[in-house]
Design a protein around this ligand. Structure first.
Ligand code: SAM
Ligand code: SF4
Ligand code: SF4
Ligand code: SF4
Length: 332
């Protein structure tokens, strides 16, 4: 079984499903959404953040670096400054271990299934009181189907609600089907309805994703759709109409749709990972919330009962009640 690194276990999360949740972020994703706010979860291997503001140019990392990726060079004044050449880095993490100021921070932790379970189940009483549970996210949990299945099973054994947040990318339904018995809610991201744009920009075909959504619905799984609305990518009226036309076919079966307006929270992480050059959205302004209202209204008019802008923030529902029945924030 392929075991993922964990980038974070986020407690008291309100946006990754109903109620109070703990979200487990797995490291690794085969898609390449250029706006992704979790760039640290894209690569499956360990890497590190470098926060220049915390660096005191002590040179400890230079002394241990086996590849010459870290060096001290003359700065603009007389002082030496640290220079980091990530192209030489072999991710040995020695520099992280010796840095005393936390200018270097490791991303991706090795954890056993038992460690993860212990941490996520420590908030069981909060889940019961709020109708919450555990969300497995990333990266993409379906990159690690056996691990995700194992984790979901163990959490379900404690009668705790399990959600997974995924782009549903696998080309084979066989990867997803075994999860049906152990996952209470599939939160599926639909990044574009345009097959060409989907393949060109995200690097993955749209068709298998739509097939998987349809199979989930046919299997009576609880499904919420996330639509990230990204400036210049899928925020035109044509894009909105395409989403509405497709999702209206499933208006009665879907739990709901959450519209996620693009935000810039990932910017600092791209810089700390040394990937600012590949982040095409650096400096791109967020759309005003009213930009997505035509999409929200269109989805409501198409008969989708639960449509939110921003996700299920603060929703309370009793356990074993689907979010379809919950009193959630509705728009339009
Ligand atoms: C980081 S993804 C992880 C789970 C899975 N890989 C997916 O794409 O659904 C979690 C959610 O964050 C959303 N997201 C990613 N970057 C975003 C951004 N810059 N602004 C708004 N939402 C974003 C995605 O659309 C998805 O709904
Ligand atoms: S060990 Fe830390 S503080 Fe010292 S030079 Fe390296 S990054 Fe900067
Ligand atoms: S992780 Fe990279 S920069 Fe740090 S010591 Fe190892 S090779 Fe050098
Ligand atoms: S699929 Fe999710 S985790 Fe992967 S790049 Fe896209 S938004 Fe990020």
């Amino acid at each position: 079984m392929k075991i993922p690194l964990i980038t974070e276990i986020q407690r008291f999360s309100l946006q990754d499903g109903p109620g109070f949740r703990t979200t487990v972020f797995l490291k690794g994703c085969p898609l390449k959404c250029p706006w992704c706010h979790n760039p640290e979860t894209q690569r499956p291997t360990k890497e590190f953040y470098y926060n220049q503001a915390r660096c005191v140019s002590c040179g400890r990392c230079v002394a241990v670096c086996p590849s010459g990726a870290s060096s001290l060079v003359q700065g603009p004044g007389k002082d030496l400054v640290l220079q980091l050449d990530r192209s030489k880095c072999i991710n040995c993490m020695r520099c992280v271990a010796v840095c005393l100021t936390e200018a270097r921070e490791s991303v991706g932790k090795t954890m056993s299934m038992e460690d993860i379970l212990q941490e996520v189940l420590s908030d069981e009483p909060f889940y019961r009181n709020s109708g919450g549970g555990v969300t497995i996210s990333g990266g993409d949990p379906l990159l690690y189907p056996a691990f995700t299945l194992g984790l979901a099973k163990r959490i379900k054994q404690r009668n705790v609600h399990v959600a997974i947040e995924t782009s549903c990318f696998p080309k084979s339904w066989k990867t997803i089907q075994p999860l049906l018995n152990f996952v209470d809610l599939f939160i599926v991201d639909l990044k574009s309805m345009n097959p060409q744009k989907h393949a060109d920009v995200i690097g993955w075909p749209l068709k298998p994703i739509l097939d998987n959504i349809e199979r989930l619905i046919e299997s009576h799984a609880h499904v919420r759709i996330h639509i990230p609305v990204i400036p210049g990518f899928n925020d035109s009226q044509q894009d909105f109409d395409d989403y509405i036309a497709y999702l209206s076919q499933y208006s009665k079966q879907l739990e709901g749709v959450d519209i996620l307006n693009y935000h810039v929270y990932g910017e600092g992480k791209y810089i700390s990972l040394g990937r600012e050059k590949e982040y095409q959205y650096m400096g791109v302004k967020e759309n005003p919330p009213e930009k997505v209202l035509p999409l929200a209204r269109g989805l409501k008019l198409a008969g989708i009962s639960s449509v939110t802008i921003g996700g299920l923030v603060g929703i309370t529902e009793s356990r074993n009640t689907s979010s379809r029945d919950a009193g959630m924030q509705c728009v339009a």
